[in-house]
Ligand binder design. Structure first.
Ligand code: FAD
Length: 607
């Protein structure tokens, strides 16, 4: 696999021309953004290509090893983490008072994309670390912030998020880990599974953020609290004290992301419980997690863009090199590179168009995360918050589901060599498969979209975003450029199907909830396809105007316009299919009894 080259030009386009980074740079505290933007992108691209990418394949092959509770990461990971921290990448969005750079969330779009494209096995560490920093920053005490955040930013320590237990995955109401008061601290017992970087050798200490129940806490989601449980207790002077009673019992053997350890952690095996410290108020742990989840789910959506783009880069290079079959055009006598064949072109265009749409949508959403946090006008903050809440399950669900399909398409471009590990595309295909599962499965994202985001406010947020999309569809549909007009009209049609599907779900939710939720995943995908089309229509209009003005990068913009046209005919057109699944097919989903699923396996004798 050739070296990773970050798509810096398209990132700049999505940042500047779609997401309006200038607007974000006008928010209080973010005034330096534009001064550093180009260098952040260039340096991140160089770091991803120079430091992380070379460890991607070796990390996958070598994997992690567990011995007597200690975990070793693949060769080079420890040094890479130090370089990553020293270069200031951990602290990119963290306020300067904790040693961070205090840059806006919008810059997480391109930087996260680069880390994950180059090496998702590595990048998962900083991603979870960021979650731990945010949790402490959001609800930790002053003392907790001072004690933990600077060390998590400097890379001396790393953080984890410990939610999942054997009986509590999607359903965190079933969390059973216990926390018992012990003076000014707590004693934690229980088992957490699937904890990313739960144990490793890359830092001196690990700060676990753990969900557990206090004695007498209410059942369900309202009785879960959040605790800091350090691997080594931190003394008052900041030095490391005793080893805490949290032990890595094993690591998982996985389909992909082999370079990062996925750990089972036992708390309090020795009998007294691991020492923990309450974060925020009792019984509000899950609520805190949900506030943070926007950022974490956004990040996993970006992992989808990253892996799809990396796979696309490889597929394109292979398609230009692999000589096979003559061109269809008359008179062609010798075999040509497969990139000449229309079907290979179709596969490459599908990847390129969907990736650009996803990137546009993700960066626009990231800009709203910044407006929601920092805009001086409360009304504007609220509008952006509502937009973000609606879009997060879409960015997470649609970008990850699409990425799985796009990595499969990229592998198909390689033919048989795609199935062989040495080309590297097989690793992409294995690595990408997790992203529709962790940070909430696609089913859970869709449940959130329909239940909490669509039905709870009677469609108010969806209607408001719909109006914005309608405006773009109308303007593009009336544009003088024929391609922009075509994309605008396609967006208008797709939007009408989305509105119909939303209304259908709203109506049916008043009666049969099973039926209303039966196609929540197709509904989520419908949202993704249309919202991606919204960004592609905007992109097409911008491109046409640049071309008309003889912009020096007209070739880039011509490609953008053609890519938007492809998106309209090949991706936006999926909207009609999704709508039919919802409106015509939801009733079919629950038709069989549990027993009827088994009837095709009965032997003749049993019938
Ligand atoms: C490699 C890896 C890394 C991970 N890292 C972490 C980590 O760092 N920290 C952490 O706490 N956890 C982590 N996890 C756990 C991960 O978040 C869970 O696996 C995930 O949330 C799904 O839970 P589950 O595996 O129990 O699946 P289940 O909840 O059992 O779901 C099984 C299936 O049922 C569906 N389903 C479940 N409930 C519903 C419902 N109500 N409606 C519709 N469909 C439903 C799901 O969509 C899924 O298809 C990790 C997991 C893996 C594999």
């Amino acid at each position: 696999m050739s070296a990773y080259r970050a798509p810096l030009r398209d990132m700049q386009f999505a940042l500047r021309e779609l997401a309006g980074v200038e607007g974000v740079a006008a928010l209080p505290g973010y005034e330096d953004t534009l001064d550093v933007l180009d260098s952040v992108l260039e340096e991140a691209g160089a770091f991803a290509a120079g430091v992380l990418d070379p460890l991607n394949r070796t990390g996958d092959k070598q994997g992690c090893t567990w011995k007597d509770g200690e975990v070793s990461t693949p060769a080079g990971f420890k040094e890479a983490y130090k370089k990553f921290a020293d270069a200031g990448w951990i602290g990119l969005p963290v306020p300067a008072e904790y040693g961070g750079q205090g840059l806006p969330q919008i810059l997480l779009g391109p930087t996260l994309e680069m880390w994950n494209a180059a090496n998702i096995g590595f990048a998962n560490g900083p991603l979870l670390n960021q979650g731990a920093i945010e949790a402490i920053e959001l609800v930790g005490s002053h003392e907790q912030k001072q004690r933990y955040i600077p060390n998590l930013v400097s890379g001396r320590w790393t953080g984890t998020m410990c939610l999942t237990e054997p009986q509590a995955g999607s359903d965190l109401a079933q969390v059973r880990a216990r926390a018992v008061p012990d003076g000014d601290r707590y004693r934690i017992t229980g088992t957490k599974i699937f904890i990313t970087f739960g144990e490793h050798d890359m830092a001196e200490n690990i700060i676990h953020l753990v969900l557990a129940r206090l004695p007498g806490a209410p059942e369900g989601t309202k009785g879960i609290s959040l605790f800091i449980v350090p691997k080594f207790i931190v003394n008052d002077d900041g030095s490391l004290g005793d080893r805490n009673d949290v032990v890595c019992a094993s690591i998982e053997h996985k389909l992909g992301i082999n370079a990062n350890p996925t750990c089972t952690l036992n708390y309090g095996e020795k009998g007294n419980g691991a020492v923990g410290y309450l974060v925020g108020e009792p019984n509000r742990g899950l609520e805190y997690m949900f506030i943070m989840m926007n950022a974490a789910r956004f990040s996993v959506g970006v992992q989808g863009i990253a892996l799809a783009d990396r796979a696309y880069q490889s597929a394109l290079e292979y398609a230009k090199e692999r000589i096979q079959g003559r061109d269809l055009k008359p008179g062609s006598r010798t075999p040509e590179p497969i990139v000449k064949h229309p079907d290979v072109r179709r596969m490459l265009m599908l990847q390129k168009a969907t990736i650009e749409a996803m990137r546009g949508l993700a960066y626009v959403t990231a800009a709203s995360l910044d407006y929601a946090a920092r805009h001086p006008d409360e009304k504007v903050r609220k509008e952006h918050k509502a937009f973000v809440e609606l879009m997060i399950p879409v960015v997470k669900g649609w970008c990850t589901e699409s990425a799985v399909e796009l990595c499969s398409t990229a592998l198909q471009v390689f033919g048989g060599m795609g199935y062989i590990e040495e080309t590297g595309i097989a690793q992409q295909y294995r690595d990408v498969r997790i992203i529709t599962i962790y940070e909430g499965t696609t089913g859970i994202q869709a449940l959130d979209l329909v239940g909490r985001k669509l039905l709870r406010d009677m469609g108010a947020a969806a209607t408001s975003v719909g109006r914005k999309m309608e405006g773009v569809a109308r303007e593009c549909g009336a544009h003088s450029d024929a391609t922009v007009k075509r994309v605008g009209e396609a967006l208008g049609k797709a939007l009408a199907t989305l509105n119909e599907a939303s209304q259908w779900i709203g109506m049916n939710a008043m009666g049969d909830l099973h039926k209303a939720f039966a196609c929540s995943v197709p509904y989520l995908r419908l949202w993704g396809v249309v919202a991606g089309g919204w960004q592609m229509a905007r992109a097409a209009r911008i491109a046409a105007e640049k071309i008309a003005a003889n912009d020096s990068e007209s070739d880039f913009y011509r490609a953008k316009l053609a890519t938007a046209a492809f998106y309209a005919s090949h991706v936006l057109s999926q909207a009609a299919w999704h709508k039919r699944q919802i409106v015509e097919g939801s009733g079919d989903v629950m038709q069989l009894s549990d027993a009827q699923f088994e009837l095709d396996r009965k032997t003749a004798a049993a019938v």
